[in-house]
Design a protein around this ligand. Sequence first.
Ligand code: SF4
Length: 397
Amino acid sequence: MGAQPRRGRPDDAHADALFGFEDIDTGQGAHVPADAGPLFRDSPAARRLLSVREIRAEPAAAASPRGRQVLARFPDVEIVPVDSHWGIPDLHGNAGNVDRWVRIKSEVLVLGEKKTLTTRPNGRSADWIAPGPANGCAMACAYCYVPRRKGYANPITVFTNIERIIAHISRHVARLGSKTVANQCDPTAWVYDVGENSDCSVDALISDNVADIVRAFARWPSAKASFATKFVNPDLLLLDPRGRTRVRFSVMPQEDSKLLDIRTSPVESRIAAAGDFLEAGYEVHFNLSPVVLRPGWESDWALLLRQMDDVLPTAVKDQAAAEVIMLTHNEDLHELNLGWHQRAEDALWRPDLQEPKRSENGSWNVRYRVGVKSGAVETMRTLVARHAPWLRIRYAF
Ligand code: SF4
């Protein structure tokens, strides 16, 4: 016990597993109490976001227990076999899809198996980035980095081999042992981000993958799951996370959100949900992100922080912490957004304030210039201290 993480090392196949195949519930709604009533995921509001008409499926994924569960949820849809969830040209291409992105996002699902299971060190938002339950998203934020690898009309791919994903994380947790040195991610638990490439609240509209992850972490005393979300899914309140899943509601001023957060839940409803999620056993944090510099940004963030101070219950404030993340944009995404959402680019693309930086995959990102960014981070710290002094900033960059 007390072992330090062996950073970047692949999983040890001989480590003790904390997880067995029996931990997966493959029945429809298996995690939901019998007296729960109608589920949100079957409501008209959920269908406005996701109204599946077509499923592209790898054959093995479709035949798996989780795949069959998803297919049973959408019995009347067309099922189209695909060789791989990677590279489905008419879904993942960019320019040709720009005028039907939202339709693809809301009407198409992909079923696939996650082949490469790796957990990477992080150290900012979480100690570790774990493989998640899905990639892609039904929402369409103008600044989103998630779809960059698959192309921007990136509908949700549900990973049906969730038992392998959780077994992988389980071995990683077992290998680490207890966390003996506190850090800003968490004083005592190893924090695993499980939502790097999707929004788990939306993923939970489709399958029990997220419920399985929440349930697994509830049994691991040395670890905690974490995901950021811009969507309020009340079905998550029916789970039993026992404090071992951290939900990070992303918030930004309403004016920015209306322009940039396409298809998400309104910011005020994300804030209003915080108390319910805490009561249900989640830890509730906030992502103040992305911070977009435009005329009046300081006063709008001040207003938002005052709203949070006014409406959040004391119990939420007592345990809350925040990440502050300045906008990073991308040249390819900028070009693409000009084809469908030019007004967003007026706010996101600011060559007068930004500088290019080559990203790991070779494309050009832009970020606020060093002096601009450090000044804005300082301003955000001052605003939080003045208007929401209970909100501990875990990190800001
Ligand atoms: S909710 Fe998150 S993953 Fe989905 S489009 Fe917005 S930023 Fe991307």
